[in-house]
Design a protein around this ligand. Structure first.
Ligand code: MV4
Length: 505
């Protein structure tokens, strides 16, 4: 394949991932072009890019999802490539095709690979042909209730109904016994049609409390594929990942090699090029089952970067430019452990509702081996139209225990004033003994949440301490410097992680 030099690139996204791509462009000497909706005039990615163009009203359907507008802006700006980020149009084959038709290099897989993996039953047929282990289930969509009932008897209950075009947990239905099947099929088909514009569903045997472990792959257009090992993403709530890590505390060298080899064979068979992720479910007996392939850069890609030292976005750009992979499988080495926490503008103590608004105070964690992939700044107003992800906090440690301690430290440093965030829940999750022991599963968060302290309890105890200190002061004793609560500045006051007294007791 011929080399396609990238000199100028349009980032068809917003938020932290747009910032991440812009940074990679700057390091590679590529001019970056941002696009923004009317709600994003002041967004960080707009401030950071070399150029920025408006693309329409706040609703994504009229801006970040408007294929023709994005292609037209790319042409007008003189860009020769487009990076879709994740979400929005990242796994939209029509967008990849529209870019190609306009002479733009799409920084992602060929449209045919997006289509093949976008149909989950087609992906299952590829896995079957290769002998890659997968959950028992149908290899085609189930067309009638009778066909579904017959297939379900073969597969056995409990089972899951999944949307053929689905993914990420949308349009899934658990069926415990035959009596529930018909009604569940009806709702699943309905949900699938509403969410993906296609009602086709298929069946899979249900794996109880699985781990979610995924393999990162890189493929170039010269037929080479490498894997960069796994990420474990079992700490989720309602299919929203909260914490991801690399390596998985559950995966040993032999298992990594077997899963990695399976992922590479799948990518190869699908004609895959660029960065992709192969998802597996893993049961308590360490059996792994192919689930689906994500044909994009993932939110959690930084943990793989931290442990392998490979810049995934830079590799994406090199691959898209037609260059051969910069690494061979034998060169890939995993060092230490990395953890990522997603900082969302949500109120975990108020039903996890979005918490848009102005960030009046912000102090991101920094210091040794701490990375803040953020899309926001102090004074920025978080719009209500998009995903609530503000930033990703990533730490590296020589081993998992060190990384956990570092994450606890970094979360304690991270201060966001003005909007509510997931930080207080993340801080308690990473300190949980089961997390420390690597006892993870997709049921972890729901099991732990009831025991998580609410901030009102914490505020009450702070009020008690303040009252005691005031009494001391009244009696003429000097007290420690008090936090300047009036300013609500994130720079003023950081509570101790754990007091010296507690530690040495
Ligand atoms: C499953 C499953 C159990 N059995 N499939 C959810 C996300 C989507 N990619 C697949 N998902 C699941 N598929 C079978 N056959 C359980 C889940 C699942 C899950 C998977 C990964 C991470 C979190 C999860 C939470 C609930 C259910």
């Amino acid at each position: 394949m011929t080399s396609r030099r990238i000199g100028k690139l349009l980032v068809a996204n917003r938020g932290e991932i747009a910032v991440r791509v812009i940074r990679a462009c700057r390091e590679a000497g590529i001019v970056s072009v941002a696009v923004f909706s009317e709600a994003d005039r002041e967004a960080l990615h707009v401030l950071m890019a070399d150029e920025a163009y408006p693309i329409g009203p706040p609703p994504a359907a009229e801006s970040y999802l408007a294929i023709e507008k994005l292609v037209a802006v790319a042409k007008k700006a003189g860009a020769d490539a487009v990076h879709p980020g994740y979400g929005f149009l990242a796994e939209n084959a029509a967008f990849a095709e529209a870019c190609a038709a306009a002479g733009l290099t799409f920084v992602g897989p060929p449209p045919a690979a997006i289509v093949a993996m976008g149909d989950k039953t087609a992906a299952r047929r590829i896995a079957r042909d290769l002998g890659v282990p997968m959950v028992a289930g149908t290899l085609e969509a189930v067309v009638s209730d009778a066909a579904a009932r017959a297939a379900a008897r073969e597969i056995g209950y409990p089972l899951m109904i999944k949307a053929a075009r689905g993914g990420g947990g949308k349009g899934m239905r658990l069926v415990r016994q035959e009596g529930e099947l018909e009604a569940a099929l009806r709702t699943a088909r309905h949900e699938a049609a509403a969410a993906f514009g296609e009602s086709a569903v298929y069946l899979e045997h249900y794996v109880v409390e699985p781990r979610h472990i995924e393999i990162q792959v890189l493929a170039d257009c010269h037929g080479r594929v490498v894997h960069l090992g796994e990420r474990e993403c079992s700490i989720q709530r309602r299919h929203q990942k909260l914490i991801e890590e690399c390596p998985s505390p559950f995966v040993d060298t032999a298992m990594r090699r077997r899963m990695g080899e399976a992922a590479c064979r799948l990518a190869m068979a699908a004609g895959y090029v660029n960065a992709g992720t192969v998802e597996f479910l893993v049961d308590a007996e360490r059996n792994f089952y192919f689930l689906e392939m994500n044909t994009r850069l993932q939110v959690e890609h930084p943990v793989t970067e931290m442990v392998t030292g490979i810049d995934l976005v830079r590799e994406q750009l090199r691959i898209a430019a037609g260059e051969p992979l910069g690494v061979a499988q034998a060169d890939v080495a995993w060092r230490g452990a990395a953890i990522e926490c997603r900082i969302n503008a949500e109120d975990p103590f108020g039903g996890w509702l979005p918490s848009p608004g102005t960030i009046t105070g912000l102090r991101a964690a920094t210091g040794p081996w701490v990375r803040d992939d953020s899309g926001v700044y102090e004074g920025y107003t978080v719009p209500r139209f998009y995903d609530t992800l503000l930033a990703k906090l990533i730490v590296w440690g020589a081993d998992r225990a060190t990384a956990i301690e570092r994450m606890a430290r970094a979360l304690a440093e991270y201060k966001v004033v003005g909007v509510r965030t997931t930080i207080p829940v993340l801080a308690q999750l990473v300190k949980h003994p089961d997390f420390g022991a690597g006892r993870l599963s997709t049921g972890f968060v729901d099991r732990i949440l009831p025991s998580i302290r609410t901030p009102s309890g914490k505020q009450r105890s702070i009020a008690v301490i303040a009252a005691v200190l005031a009494e001391y002061e009244r009696l003429g004793h000097r007290t420690i410097a008090e936090p300047d609560a009036a300013t609500r500045s994130p720079w003023r006051w950081s509570p101790p992680l754990q007091s010296w007294r507690e530690r040495t007791r």
